[in-house]
Design a protein around this ligand. Structure first.
Ligand code: THU
Length: 130
């Protein structure tokens, strides 16, 4: 994947992030997943007054993709306003793994468009598998 494509995904995730509902933490996160047909599904963190019910952006994006017929994640891009590219939580790594393979490209980024590319094996080695 070229630099131009990576930056385009980051820009789309940054725009998606604007819809984040982060009333309690004020920490907005945006994510997009891209499937094998290049369909793009957006997700944001959606918090709740009952804090534990809050949902992360990357899980929102993955659940949207699956709800709309996605089978595998080709690319997932996650952005937040962090100094370094944002690091996804452990629960989301497990959810991403469920729909990933060795070719899945995980783009972690921040609002400056600094980014790092990972595979799911790098982010979640020795993962739980049924
Ligand atoms: N959050 C995400 O959306 N993704 C992550 O990987 C880590 C945390 C959200 C959850 C909560 O709404 C806010 O960031 C602060 O934890």
């Amino acid at each position: 994947m070229g630099e131009k494509q990576i930056l385009s995904y980051i820009e789309t995730a940054i725009i998606a992030r604007e819809n984040a509902y982060a009333k309690y933490s004020n920490f907005k996160v945006g994510a997009i997943v891209v499937d094998e047909n290049n369909n793009i599904y957006k997700g944001v963190n959606v918090e709740n007054g009952s804090y534990g019910l809050s949902n992360c952006a990357e899980r929102s994006a993955v659940f949207s993709g699956i709800s709309n017929g996605m089978k595998k994640i080709k690319v997932i891009c996650i952005v937040a306003d962090t100094k370094e590219p944002v690091s996804p939580c452990g629960a989301c790594r497990q959810v991403i793994r469920e729909f990933s393979n060795n070719e899945t490209i995980i783009i972690l980024a921040n609002l400056n468009k600094d980014y790092k590319l990972y595979t799911i094996e790098e982010l979640l080695p020795y993962a739980f598998k049924l």
